[in-house]
Design a binder for this molecule. Sequence first.
Ligand SMILES: *Cc1c(COP(=O)(O)O)cnc(C)c1O
Length: 238
Amino acid sequence: MSHIPFQLREVQRRISSAAEKAKRDPSTITLIAVSKTFSTEDVQRAIDAGQSCFGESRFQEAALKIADLRSSIDWHFIGRVQRNKVRKILPLFPTIHAIDSLKLSEYVNSIAKECGFAPKLFLQVDQANEETKGGFQPDELYRVFGDLAALSHISIAGLMTIPPAAEHSEDSRCWFADLRRLRDDLSQKFSIPLPHLSMGMSGDYEVAIEEGATHVRVGSSIFGKRAYHVEGELGSIA
Ligand SMILES: *Cc1c(COP(=O)(O)O)cnc(C)c1O
């Protein structure tokens, strides 16, 4: 018997209770099951248990699974986006979470235009100014947001963060609250809706929901401990 269906239900239950605690409607929160490093069979187990939204961070690995699965899955690309992979990522992933520069956004927009895609993008924010992590600096985001919003073949879903590694989930709360304030302020200053916040992982998704997360990216709490590191993605916490 696989532990995946049970753990998935447990995560769903905890999402609902965190939402209720924050007086939010649980159906407004999307659980992205992060399946990087896990097998196609494991993804299938989660699909059989009712999960339809998955996140992957390495294109090659993801493409193999996507080809194997053939189900109608809502795939989210959550890893760092290399420019030379954009053409391949767009047909497979309707949503991309770690857009970290205006240049990359413009490039994604040009490929989307050329190939007829309309990707939803999350702008990753490097809140703690960490060298190992990609992302916009908050002040940079204010400078370029008008240009980002003017790109016509992408839609900006909202902001995304991977806060500094923390021992306790409460340590992440300030970063999550900070991202929400940044979102509210940008949205107001530029009069552009920014409905989504992609924040919270296995260690802290309940706190993220209390602070307004609409997309939580949860891997190990569903699939188990990862057997190997994913280099360079999460910096020091990978
Ligand atoms: C791996 C990964 C996650 C999931 O991490 P867990 O701690 O296993 O839940 C979330 N977000 C990103 C960007 C990741 O690379």
